[in-house]
Ligand binder design. Structure first.
Ligand code: HAM
Length: 412
């Protein structure tokens, strides 16, 4: 028997209800903030991600699902931001509107070692606001993320925030770190020893204990930030404070992707163990120009849906369903039943019937299992009278009703 590919999941009907709840809530909240949905392909040219996330990013180096097709090299998208920046330029969205707000939901792919909360196919709910570097937008985007978390009944999250500054600030931070870490090189893990040369910022989010201890001793103090970037960061922090949003400034937070600058942030959840990031984001003021477009600032975030579900207390309780279950007895009743089902569904009444030709008793059990609110019984007697027996499953009351009046009765 075939099994699913490791690191992927089947989302079965019972669980899908929780996904739909989250997606529905997200759509409602995105629309409150005037975001519009965008859907991009799940395959892209692989070089899009090398160019934007950076050749030294872990995702690019180790985690891309690559598809070789003659001379072309494609990748299953590992994240959404690069694709959206590509789409923004390719479809000239900048020409129709100087400022756009987009949201997205869908699968992402990373070739990681699967474990709890870490999959090879996982799902993002995210957004990107492209066209402004106003600190007020950073504040709005972060408060939108919190609004989403609250709507998913997730309250025990922690918000960590930092500023990487502009490209020259990032350069300054890298050189300071290189200098500070050189004398500790022998105590860093083998990966971080090479990172000192090719991507020193990544050492700050290395999970190795020894590397962590060294990083903690560094006492970073945002000294790499220029005046404009410091004041932008202060404005963001003050704005979030004015909204009573609790946060922790975490100087080690750098995020592993090249496109980030200025504000970066992450939401963690204490109950998720080692994979505790439920979502993350930040500014990318040079991403669009890096792809050949005009200078255009942007900011966004993405939540990992599987981790949201692990953290969410909300259950998938079914909404009160008004399912109508039709049981027919005999061939003539079955034929009339087909028409009856069609009429009810056209009037927007959800209904189901017994396709296994069960006995009345067994069919009643199926109706109960399906969560039916009403059962309709159509046998030869009822058919002769052009009526149907209607049983209300909430109180077991049963009465006969004319077939012609049925849809009207059930609609109310
Ligand atoms: P990211 O931090 O790589 O950011 O991913 C965002 C979230 O996706 C993570 O916080 C985590 O919840 C979830 N996630 C990541 N990898 C996995 C995995 N293997 N299994 C399950 N969940 C996972 C980005 O992707 C950026 N594009 C976010 C962004 C949007 N920045 C600006 N705009």
């Amino acid at each position: 028997m075939y099994k699913r590919v490791p690191g992927t999941k089947d989302i079965l009907p019972d669980e899908v209800i929780r996904w739909q709840r989250i997606e529905e809530a997200a759509r409602g909240i995105f629309s409150l903030y005037n975001y519009h949905e965008i859907r991009t392909p799940i395959i892209e040219e692989a070089s899009l991600f090398n160019r934007t996330l950076g050749d030294t990013a872990e995702i690019v180096q180790k985690q891309m699902f690559l598809i070789h097709n003659r001379e072309d090299l494609y990748a299953l998208r590992p994240e959404g931001t690069a694709s959206i920046a590509r789409s923004y330029l390719e479809n000239s969205l900048d020409k129709t509107n100087a400022f756009v707000k987009l949201y997205y939901m869908g699968p992402m792919f990373r070739l990681e070692r699967p474990q709890k909360g870490r999959l090879r196919q996982f799902h993002h709910i995210g957004c990107e606001a492209i066209g402004s570097q106003d600190a007020a937008l950073d504040i709005e985007v972060i408060s939108l993320a919190i609004h989403l978390l609250e709507s998913f009944s997730i309250n025990d999250y922690q918000l960590k925030i930092n500023s990487l500054g502009c490209p020259s600030d990032k350069q300054r931070l890298s050189s300071d770190l290189k200098q500070g870490l050189q004398k500790e090189k022998g105590n860093l893990c083998p990966d971080c020893q090479t990172r000192i040369e090719n991507n020193v910022l990544r050492i700050l989010d290395c999970k190795n204990d020894s590397c962590r201890r060294i990083v903690e001793r560094l006492e970073l103090k945002n000294s790499h930030l220029c005046r404009e970037c410091l004041s932008h960061f202060q404005e963001v922090i003050d704005g979030l404070g004015s909204l009573d949003i609790p946060l922790k400034i975490e100087q080690q937070l750098v995020r592993g992707l090249d496109y980030y600058n200025r504000t970066v942030f992450e939401f963690t959840h204490p109950q998720l163990g080692s994979q505790d990031a439920i979502g993350a984001g930040g500014r990318y003021n040079n991403l669009v120009s890096e792809l050949g477009g005009p200078d255009t600032a942007g900011i966004g975030f993405a939540f990992g849906v599987e981790r949201l579900l692990l953290a969410s207390k909300a259950t998938g309780d079914q909404k009160e369903k008004k399912l109508v279950y039709l049981i027919t007895m005999g061939d003539a009743a079955k034929k009339t039943g087909i028409k009856l089902l069609n009429r009810m569904r056209s009037s927007g009444i959800p209904c189901e019937t017994d396709y296994l030709n069960k006995s009345l008793k067994a069919a009643m059990r199926s109706a109960n299992d399906a969560g039916a609110r009403f059962v309709l019984i159509l046998g030869e007697d009822e058919l002769k009278k052009n009526k149907v027996s209607l049983k209300d499953m909430s109180n077991s009351e049963q009465r006969e009703i004319g077939i012609e009046e049925l849809t009207k009765e059930l609609e109310c």
